[in-house]
Write a protein that binds this ligand. Sequence first.
Ligand code: UD2
Length: 359
Amino acid sequence: MRVCRYLCVRKCKQKCKSCAAAPPVPRAWKRIFWWLILLAVSFSGLLLYGLPAVRHLETFLPMGTCPLARMPPLRDNFTGLLHLWARPEVLTCTSWGAPIIWDGTFDPDVAQQEAIQQNLTIGLTVFAVGRYLEKYLARFLETAEQHFMVGQRVVYYVFTERPAAVPRLPLGPGRRLRVERVLRERRWQDVSMERMRTLHAALGGRLGREAHFVFCMDVDQYFSGAFGPETLADSVAQLHAWRYHWPRRLLPYESDPRSAAALAPGEGDFYYHAALFGGSVAALRRLTAHCARGQQQDRARGLEARWHDESHLNKYFWLHKPAKVLSPEFCWCPEIGRRAEIRRPRLLWAPKEYTLVRD
Ligand code: UD2
């Protein structure tokens, strides 16, 4: 009625008498109008600030508990005694008895001494093909100098199609950089998958002769904390930062039974991240041979696994269980936001800029 009177004064002026009888603006419309405003505000709020909060709910999905934590202490070749009970809020061992390494479960000094005593050389391989080189390589290597196996003998292997463009950084004592030329594949998927075949050949050559243990990493990341010999083992897999709380049936394994990477329903232990895996030279030779062969088989059948080399890696680790699993603290994505269980991230994903680096 008030609206009507207002309109009446402004528009009708002379016709005020008829206004008194005019029907009121329907209340339902007003309510719908305010609901729409509220919805629009909440939706944009959710998009801007809310999604990490919604994602945070997944931390309430339990990861399970480690039965070994209640049994006689587990020993590790590098870390000595493992304190699996030190992190009761997360899963610290696998069902096949391998440790899942979280901050607080190991003594980094013991690992450091053990590696020095064994007089090890540790390899770190990284591919920087096309625009990935300028965009990520310098930071990856600079931060590796600060945090990767500090105090150990390290040999970096950079694989690229443009060796001359690799930045020559000052390296610490006992550390060197080797650059290996590779052909540039046309599609980024092929660059990613071809790594398995190239690594297999390199491990059978100079890299395999020089190093005792090797880590293979994506270049679009950077170190942010100590990544030391506590991570070493015969075969090492990395829990995927975006998937470590998800129930198994939601994990993005390859499901096409025609693919060599396929896992049947009910198969799979965790979802492992291909941005970081490692192990002894012999174990990595087996892993890379398996994945390269699987990719080749798929190609011959006109198939490509859902997550390329990562799908084949997940199949391999289902068939051949890793001896050590690294918690997401060892390869964390800052976009996920803060999580109490991620105490000290050691390697961080750089922001993905696919439109910039992919053709
Ligand atoms: C995911 C996985 C990656 C692999 C890929 C397969 C992450 C952080 N990584 O990576 O391990 O399984 O999916 O789909 O989720 N590269 C080049 N030049 C190229 C393309 C790739 O050098 O043109 C190298 C580089 O080291 C890069 C890696 O291959 O970091 C993986 O490629 P990506 O980072 O583009 O793939 P992404 O992020 O989807």
